[in-house]
Write a protein that binds this ligand. Structure first.
Ligand SMILES: [Zn+2]
Length: 130
């Protein structure tokens, strides 16, 4: 997981860091140096909404190559109000407990222990229970 994908807001909630293009006004995730829509380099990093709606999902039961975390884990697509679809881990691994259009909230979750035994974290979306 590379740095700069997410940030913690002052209220403790996590936000994904997207890019906002000053030329065409489109947003994208993850942020890139040039706009994927119009190629302008007028991109500013901007936090995205912490909640979105569940668009599609599945359970990953076989660990991908190089993956040191637990299986099964949920994986899917969450659509943010900015009209961005984020491919993401889902905290709920049982597909039967999810439904299309469900409100999902961003969370930072432990993934595995790194080589130096420090915890490695990543972002995931989970059912919004607030
Ligand atoms: Zn643009």
């Amino acid at each position: 997981m590379r740095d700069g994908l997410f940030t913690m807001a002052t209220d403790g909630s996590a936000r994904l860091l997207g890019g906002w293009c000053g030329t065409c006004g489109e947003r994208h995730f993850p942020s890139t140096a040039s706009c994927p829509y119009c190629s302008a380099e007028d991109v500013t990093e901007a936090p995205l909404s912490p909640t979105g709606t569940l668009w599609s999902w599945t359970a990953v039961t076989a660990p991908p190559p190089g993956y040191g975390g637990e299986v099964p884990f949920g994986f899917g697509v969450v659509e943010l109000p900015e009209r961005i679809r984020v491919i993401t881990r889902i905290t709920e691994a049982d597909p039967a407990r999810l439904r299309r259009g469900q409100v999902m909230r961003l969370e930072i979750v432990p993934l595995h222990r790194g080589e130096d035994d420090r915890p490695v974290v990543t972002y995931a979306f989970g059912p919004d229970e607030r």
